[in-house]
Design a protein around this ligand. Structure first.
Ligand SMILES: [Zn+2]
Length: 181
């Protein structure tokens, strides 16, 4: 894989993060870059195939539906194989331990991620320091801004809904009070 394929994979992953953002999901996107060597059961003329996804945790109310898991499941379905020994995974946010092990199970040896996840990241938490996968942290400002924007807005919405609730409560109380007169 050259720089060109990696950059294409990063673009796809970021695009998926934007789609997740538009759907009120935490913006995380993932792309698996599959070279010809791994396309044994579904050969095409293409040198590389790109399979991508974003998380659907909120929509499906399922905490396991991370972008990485969904991308891997898509790849397994398309190629009907269990191992992607030469493929490279790009994910916008550092993978959690569950995803890290799922990626490892498929024999993937290379992960690129664009933002650290200090709270839940496998590599930050040292779950991912088993040397089975080469992990590369390449900070991406555009994605970091999107991620920050999401949480700023999330906090804002929470504040607004809290305010609205309080206002409604007051309204109800004053209505009750009014009944005494
Ligand atoms: Zn995960």
């Amino acid at each position: 894989m050259t720089r060109k394929e990696l950059e294409k994979g990063i673009k796809f992953a970021i695009k998926q993060a934007y789609i997740a953002y538009q759907k009120d999901e935490i913006p995380v996107g993932c792309c698996l870059i599959i070279p010809k060597e791994d396309m044994t059961t579904n050969p095409t003329n293409k040198e590389y195939d790109y399979i991508y996804s974003h998380n659907t945790v909120e929509k499906k109310d399922n905490p396991f539906l991370h972008a990485e898991i969904l991308t891997l499941l898509k790849a397994i379905k398309k190629y009907n194989i269990k191992y992607f020994l030469n493929s490279v995974l790009v994910v916008t946010l550092e993978p959690c331990p569950i995803c890290y092990y799922a990626i490892r199970k498929l024999g993937i040896k290379e992960i690129y991620y664009l933002l650290e996840n200090k709270d839940d990241g496998a590599i930050s938490k040292e779950y991912g320091n088993d040397k089975k996968i080469n992990t590369h942290y390449i900070f991406n400002e555009e994605y970091a801004n999107l991620f920050e924007k999401f949480f700023d807005e999330f906090k804002q919405t929470k504040k607004i809904s809290k305010k609205t609730k309080t206002r409604l409560k007051h309204k109800k109380e004053s209505k009750n009070q009014a009944n005494f007169y």
